[in-house]
Design a protein around this ligand. Sequence first.
Ligand code: GCO
Ligand code: MN
Ligand code: MN
Length: 390
Amino acid sequence: MSENAYTPRPEHHFTFGLWTVGNVGRDPFGEPVRSPISPVRIVEKLAELGAYGVNLHDEDLVPREATPQERDRIVREFRDALAKSGLKVPMATTNLFTDPAFRDGAFTSNDARVRRYALQKTMRSMDLGKELGAEVYVFWGGREGTETNAAKDPREAMKWFRDALDFLCEYSIAQGYGYRFALEPKPNEPRGDIYLPTIGHALAFITTLAHPAMVGLNPEVAHDTMAGLDFAHGVAQALDAGKLFHIDLNDQKPGRYDQDFRFGAVDPKGAFFLVKLLEDAKWNGMRHFDAHAYRTEDERGVWDFAAGCMRTYLILKEKAARWNADREIQQLVGALRSRGSDGRAERLTFSKERAEQLKSQPLDLAAIRSEGYAYERLDQLTMEILLGVR
Ligand code: GCO
Ligand code: MN
Ligand code: MN
């Protein structure tokens, strides 16, 4: 494949949040190290780099204290920049975490006024998202959680969370917005423990909602990694359930603070299996990078970071194609698929006869117990593709 295979283009559906490339490098110990980049400039630069779209929280674009006139001017200028560059806004979300009002959560705050404020802010932000053309609406409940379970009964919190999502589904329907809601699980940070901490928790919760078909997931690499989980397994389960509505790509070392590193920067092998999964599934959602440049960087480093996320994805996509086309790998995979059967894909479906037949079927347990699976060879071949010698 030529160098061009690694050049991002809009058809690859790469997106970034205004808050990602716009991250000013503030951390709990230090002040910002970069000046804010205006939303209009972000749109221009992302388009230049080959991205498809830009996503936003309400406050990334319109400051919380803006007057209606200021809001309209800011939105108009932003829409002009989008129209000029061709960049889209596929996803929008609400900032339900910065305002001190949300210190005990938004939809699950113990304060009923805060729960109303959270709905009000989300509805307004959904209006803004629609004005910009967003189709997916993300719910990251960063403040929905506790430091102590003395604070609230988690069953009560689940009810409040459900009421809020049911309310907002109805709002989307009543307004004719057609949003698909995507819940974003995270185990902790900024709360000590966050509700709906994993993909599995969120999938189960969705089945309890009034409009389960409208609601899916926005899983993130770093969040599952923080919980010590295999991200590709969670994503596969979301795909299997038809619930992968969006994805947040980045990277993270396990056991650390929330790092939001450039995609593939820590665990390229994990990133490879993720890209392979998404591409093999022909998943057509947005590849959204929810990450930011190291705090050491100036604005130039920010664009290096953004270009790097997309380039790494495309390199891994090419590696996945190479893996799928590799004869030796495919022989090994083929042997696994037909292992122990007559070569046809075998599904165990129940019938009384099948059960009876199975109960009395002789099985060569001695052979089953002694035959290896050749995963060492398969994994080494994978490594050699990844390391560029195959
Ligand atoms: C985090 C989250 C957020 C959300 C964003 C969109 O760890 O801070 O990943 O970046 O994705 O608020 O909802
Ligand atoms: Mn995150
Ligand atoms: Mn995220």
